[in-house]
Ligand binder design. Structure first.
Ligand SMILES: Nc1ncnc2c1ncn2[C@@H]1O[C@H](COP(=O)(O)OP(=O)(O)OP(=O)(O)O)[C@@H](O)[C@H]1O
Ligand SMILES: [Mg+2]
Length: 374
């Protein structure tokens, strides 16, 4: 056999090896992806309480109050009455015990931070800042003053207004100025992440806030749990209702002069249940509107502070940014920066901002079109 042929065989052989290896790798990747897909498709488990043991079967109570006699998996073979377990949604077989000392780690469900944002990073909103300082900052920093004068400060406030207007940064700024722990909870997640556990989670969030005091509990999308309900027929609705009730009772249960404050947030004040804004609860409503011309200028200055700007006609830009939110102004500034980078410049020109404004406005239009027509 000629050397050439031998080389060819060796080449094919080693090439074949490589193909086999690649084939194995691809198969493994597909398997992993299928597993991952399966995981996403699987339905959430229901947390339920074990009421009585009946031989191999167990009587459990679901969060909606209904009781069922169900089977248990080997993992739950030594479960006792009074303990909690996770059950499959379809036939309610108990899959896994929930350790009784801590049924879940509440810290995994919320964001806890010590924000550093300062008031001067917020454009416009001076009146809102003043009010928040009075009702949140002052009582946290100087509760004695309130005792002396004999008035109760609000336990919390409700920030409401369109998206992207600075509600979250206002709440973070007051957490920063009072050196408080900022505990962020999202209303919709409270009831979706762990079926049946919303109310318990609320209780534990307040416990956590007391542990980490001074703290501010920031509840975003409050309307997701606190909307007026016409029909509370379904178990999902009852679950939301129970979570909301728990929130109200936690608010009622703590002292206005304590070092935990609540800031609720919503874009939909119109649908909010008025129970949450009754006296003694989140009874200070603070509107955070879209910026006026002066505020647009300030927000623009804040976000361009570190940029090197060419000559720009501010009046023209402000005119073009009317009706936009702080968040949109921020993305205009970022986009303008990108236009300059693409042009290999480090000075940002007026035309970059004009192009960026068009782009952000177009994106907003596309978004609203999608919302209406799908
Ligand atoms: N008044 C403002 N001054 C400076 N920056 C602002 C202002 N408003 C919004 N921004 C910018 O937009 C970003 C988003 O704002 P923020 O998250 O506070 O809006 P929001 O009102 O909480 O919106 P949503 O209702 O969508 O939660 C902020 O991080 C900030 O960079
Ligand atoms: Mg927000």
């Amino acid at each position: 056999m000629a050397q050439e042929d031998v080389d060819k065989i060796f080449y094919n052989y080693s090439n074949n090896e490589a193909l086999v290896e690649e084939n194995r790798f691809l198969k493994e990747t597909i398997e992993n992806m299928q597993k991952e897909l399966q995981r996403y498709k699987s339905t959430p488990l229901i947390a339920c309480e074990v009421k009585e043991l009946h031989g191999e079967q167990v009587l459990v109570r679901l969060p909606n109050g209904n009781e069922f006699l169900v089977e248990k998996s080997p993992e739950c073979k030594d479960i006792n009455a009074g303990e909690y377990a996770l059950a499959e949604q379809k036939n309610l077989t108990l899959i896994k015990k929930i350790p009784s000392n801590k049924r879940f780690d509440v810290e995994k469900f919320v964001i806890i931070e010590k924000p550093k944002i300062s008031w001067n990073k917020i454009g416009g909103l001076k009146q809102q800042e003043q009010e928040i300082k009075e009702v949140i900052e002052l009582p946290l920093k100087n509760p004695k003053l309130f005792e002396k004068i004999g008035i109760d400060p609000p336990k919390g406030i409700l920030l409401h207004g369109p998206p992207g207007t600075g509600k979250t940064i206002l709440a973070k700024a007051v957490a920063a100025s009072t050196h408080s722990t900022f505990i962020e909870v999202v209303g919709s997640e409270l009831v979706q992440k762990f079926i049946g556990e919303g109310a318990k989670l609320v209780k534990e969030i307040f416990e956590l806030a007391r542990e980490k005091a001074p703290s501010i509990i920031f509840i975003d999308e409050l309307d997701a749990i606190g909307a007026t309900r016409v029909d509370i027929g379904t178990s999902g609705e009852r679950e939301v209702q129970r979570t909301f009730m728990q929130l109200l009772s936690e608010i009622d249960g703590f002292s206005p002069l304590g070092n935990v404050k609540i800031i609720g947030c919503t874009n939909r004040k119109d649908i909010l249940d008025t129970a949450i804004t009754r006296p003694g609860r989140l009874d200070r409503l603070i509107e955070v509107p879209l910026p006026n011309e002066e505020a647009i200028k300030e927000i623009f200055k804040i976000h361009t502070a570190k940029m090197s700007l060419g000559k720009i006609d501010m009046t023209l830009l402000v005119e073009k940014m009317k009706e936009l939110s702080g968040a949109e102004i921020k993305s205009i500034v970022t986009e303008a920066g990108y236009f300059a980078i693409r042009d290999k410049r480090n000075k940002i020109k007026e035309k970059d901002f004009l192009k960026a404004i068009e782009k952000v406005k177009q994106e907003e239009e596309d978004e609203s079109y999608k919302k209406i027509f799908g």
